[in-house]
Design a protein. Structure first.
Length: 441
């Protein structure tokens, strides 16, 4: 038990500090004295739903508390009184998602201090941060003043919410860690709808980028971000660089220059007789007027038969040469991981990011989406740092099976600690306190 307690400090510490963050949430009640549900209980109850990957987790724990006079929300998440779902939605609607900034930074600090960021380091110890936008709510009926909108061909209007995600990724690494997102929404005093480019510039200039900025980050993005204002915003951060995808139809100035200037070439053998060909050019202008100069590279993968299976181009603030072109191109390709290892998992493998957990009138949809991303990062931190958690994950197999097992067990037994829960899952060691139906008190 003592051995595993050394590991459980990771999850226990993250949850304890999150509770402290929730305690500081804005409380719209005139007086917080003698209230039944504290903001900490409200915030932790909502987070528990995402952490356990079950919208019905709170309902089952309420029933367990009615039967046993306590529940796993009390013992594992520190919730003293379980609020109702409508009360949670009402209270969190007034909480700005940026209130969770400290918890996102806390995950990074925990990983950093325990060596968890080491698996992500590339390009001489740098951290790669992929930037991309994604939707997390859409409806033809429900909307708010912050909703974006689009008209369909049938003249119907979709109302939706979107955000700019910033995610730590690495070539060959299946895990990823989210930073605090920037929400894309109708901005006060503007007639034009918000967009990913504006969101990226806001994110780079905000406190949301503060922690990762100390890690000498390399920002990755698709061709939408390969424009001079965003490139300049990145390099304005001391020690930061970028590798952005470029396309001829979106970045004409870059390709016009490349076609008429010297190109260096390096070909290396790949697996199964394939060939990886790298081409690069230096001092490339990003636009015609007052340009910022970057370097350009291209990777083409050709099978032994001569068929091209992959081809892509990048611009970067790095100075490219024969010694680093392979790693730069490899890191540039890693941008896709924000879609596969992050968005795909969040939307299709248990987190249900696109599900409407609650829209609200002010901040609810954004705050719940941020909590969902935070739960995902908690899970990845445990995957990287917690040996007992790793054993459980290996035993359960698929991610969804793992959380279904936790949910089913927590519906029956009450565990005093996470160690007790994990030991039950790994070694079938029963909890110290059995429920009344099993002969408990």
């Amino acid at each position: 038990m003592a051995y595993y307690n050394n590991y459980m400090r990771i999850l226990d510490g993250l949850l304890q500090r999150l509770r402290e963050v929730c305690e500081s949430f804005a409380d719209k009640r005139l007086s917080a004295k003698n209230v039944t549900y504290s903001m900490a209980d409200i915030g932790m109850s909502a987070f528990a739903m995402f952490f356990m990957q079950s919208e019905s987790f709170l309902d089952f724990q309420r029933k367990l508390a009615q039967r046993e006079r306590r529940s796993n929300l009390h013992s594992l998440f520190g919730v003293k009184a379980i609020p109702t779902d409508p009360h949670i939605r009402s209270m969190l609607d007034e909480v700005e998602p940026e209130s969770l900034q400290r918890s996102f930074d806390d995950v990074l600090a925990t990983l950093d201090s325990n060596g968890g960021l080491d698996v992500f380091r590339r390009l001489d110890g740098r951290i790669l941060v992929a930037l991309d936008g994604t939707e997390y709510f859409s409806s033809k009926k429900i909307s708010c003043e912050n909703c974006l909108s689009r008209k369909r061909r049938d003249e119907s209007i979709d109302y939706y919410h979107s955000m700019l995600a910033a995610t730590i990724v690495a070539p060959g690494e299946s895990h990823c860690v989210h930073l605090m997102p920037e929400f894309i929404e109708t901005q006060d005093g503007t007639e034009k709808q918000d967009c990913e480019r504006n969101a990226v510039k806001r994110w780079l200039a905000s406190d949301k980028a503060a922690f990762v900025s100390r890690q000498r980050p390399v920002f990755l993005g698709d061709a939408l971000f390969a424009c001079q204002p965003i490139a300049q915003a990145v390099t304005d951060i001391d020690g930061a660089d970028f590798i952005f995808v470029v396309k001829p139809e979106q970045n004409q100035s870059v390709f016009d220059f490349v076609r008429s200037h010297e190109i260096h070439t390096l070909a290396i053998p790949g697996p199964k007789g394939s060939t990886h060909t790298f081409r690069w050019s230096t001092g490339v202008p990003m636009r015609q007027n007052d340009p910022k100069f970057v370097d350009w590279c291209e990777i083409t993968i050709t099978k032994a038969s001569g068929k091209v299976t992959y081809k892509n181009s990048f611009v970067t603030s790095f100075k490219i040469n024969a010694d680093n072109v392979v790693e730069i191109a490899t890191c540039g390709r890693t941008r896709w991981k924000i879609e596969n290892e992050s968005f795909n998992v969040l939307k299709n493998h248990g987190y249900n990011l696109a599900h409407n957990f609650g829209h609200g009138k002010s901040h609810l949809a954004k705050t719940l989406a941020a909590m969902n991303l935070l739960a995902f990062s908690f899970h990845n931190a445990c995957d990287l740092l917690d040996e007992l958690w790793q054993r459980m994950r290996k035993k359960a197999g698929k991610r969804t099976s793992f959380f279904i097992s936790i949910f089913n067990i927590c519906d029956v037994f009450i565990f005093e600690t996470w160690v007790e829960l994990f030991e039950f899952m790994v070694m079938r060691k029963p909890p110290a306190s059995l429920p009344t139906w099993a002969g408990g008190p």
